[in-house]
Write a protein that binds this ligand. Structure first.
Ligand SMILES: NC(=O)c1ccc[n+]([C@@H]2O[C@H](COP(=O)([O-])OP(=O)(O)OC[C@H]3O[C@@H](n4cnc5c(N)ncnc54)[C@H](O)[C@@H]3O)[C@@H](O)[C@H]2O)c1
Length: 327
């Protein structure tokens, strides 16, 4: 495989950590990003090519220049609540614009295509732990957009494309070397908001819903360190490379396998920060599932992947990053 990997969305939170992991594994990550949401300071391990995944001509130029034999596709909009308010924008950017990227992959003979999917595709859990075989029942346009791209990749497998959809649970933490971290504007994720509130760097946190059918009424989530996620992408590329012959599309859960309630994560942030996390209770956010915790046995057995950094490590890295990050 050529050492170049096209990382669509590589200037974003997870994409920048994936780029670092790829570089450490000997690949050259070529960041392909509009920079609408990402940051040029986060592109450190390879060239930056500005462009939109929906722009076939621009994709062809970048393919001609770097000849990547693999794609990691993380580009897209990411906010569940926003997707409920603006579903068409999410379908356009996340689904319609992914097709030209898939077509380019087929046209240029890409050998491995890894897609950032989400545990949100499962919707309301029918089992305690969600396995990849759980029914797909999206509760939001965001989740629907992920399910549709998975279907498009399934279809592309018959055209010979080898792909993996990685269903992330809640990405959290930051590079332990302090080089990169989460810098969404606006930030909607729990741990950075809780860290900012504790450190006096942001407003008090709102816990979105305390009337869910869970032990303390807040949502239960499965937090996974972003560097563990990044490592799984390198493994998924290797797994796809080892698959010879016809196209394939396979889904893998990437979580820790352990659930924490929002209230527990807030309490843990306060404990580790050594300061209270100012917070209040707000209404549920439309589109949120009460509980999302992954069964990660397939990723362990097939990819040889295991998470290595627990919630405390994720919070510790988040606190360190929020103190020093560019704002
Ligand atoms: N953060 C999580 O917990 C989580 C969980 C599940 C799935 N995901 C998925 O992982 C991926 C990355 O998430 P993130 O948190 O790093 O988000 P992010 O917003 O930090 O990164 C996304 C990047 O994609 C770029 N982008 C968006 N639309 C584009 C387009 N049309 N063409 C080119 N670039 C475009 C943005 O500029 C940004 O740099 C997303 O697809 C997201 O849905 C994230």
């Amino acid at each position: 495989m050529s050492s170049a990997v096209l990382v669509a969305g590589g200037a974003g939170y997870i994409g920048s950590h994936v780029s670092k992991a790829l570089a450490e594994a000997g690949f050259t990550p070529v960041c392909f990003d509009t920079l609408e949401k990402g940051h040029d300071w986060a592109v450190k391990w390879g060239p930056l090519e500005r462009g939109d995944i929906g722009d076939s001509q621009r994709l062809d130029e970048v393919f001609a220049r770097h000849r990547p034999k693999a794609i990691v596709h993380l580009a897209g909009y990411i906010e569940v609540g926003e997707s409920v308010r603006e579903p068409e924008r999410y379908m356009l950017n996340n689904v319609t614009k992914t097709q030209p990227l898939i077509d380019a992959a087929v046209r240029h003979g890409v050998e491995a295509f890894v897609f950032s999917s989400s545990c949100a595709v499962y919707g309301l859990p029918q089992t305690d732990l969600l396995a990849e075989t759980h029914r797909i029942a999206p509760l939001s346009p965001y989740a629907e957009s992920k399910a549709r791209v998975e279907q498009a990749l399934e279809k592309a497998a018959s055209a010979g494309l080898r792909s993996a959809s990685l269903r992330y649970f809640n990405a959290a933490g930051a590079d332990s070397g302090g080089e990169i971290g989460e810098a969404h504007v606006p930030e909607t994720h729990l741990l950075p908001l809780a860290a900012d509130a504790a450190l006096g760097l942001g407003p008090s946190l709102t816990v979105l819903g305390t009337d869910y059918p869970t032990s303390d009424g807040s949502c239960i989530r499965d937090f996974i360190h972003v560097s563990d996620l990044a490592d799984a992408h390198v493994r998924a590329l290797g797994w796809l490379k080892r698959r010879t012959g016809n196209g394939v599309h396979e889904c893998f859960n990437l979580g820790s396998g352990t659930g924490y309630s929002v209230r527990q994560a807030v309490a843990e942030t306060a404990r580790i920060a050594g300061r209270p996390v100012p917070h209040q209770v707000g209404p549920r956010r439309p589109g949120d599932s009460p509980k999302l915790v992954g069964d990660i046995s397939k990723s362990a057995s097939e990819l040889g992947w295991r998470p290595t950094r627990d919630l405390a490590a994720q919070i510790d890295d988040t606190l360190r990053w929020r103190r020093t990050m560019p704002r």
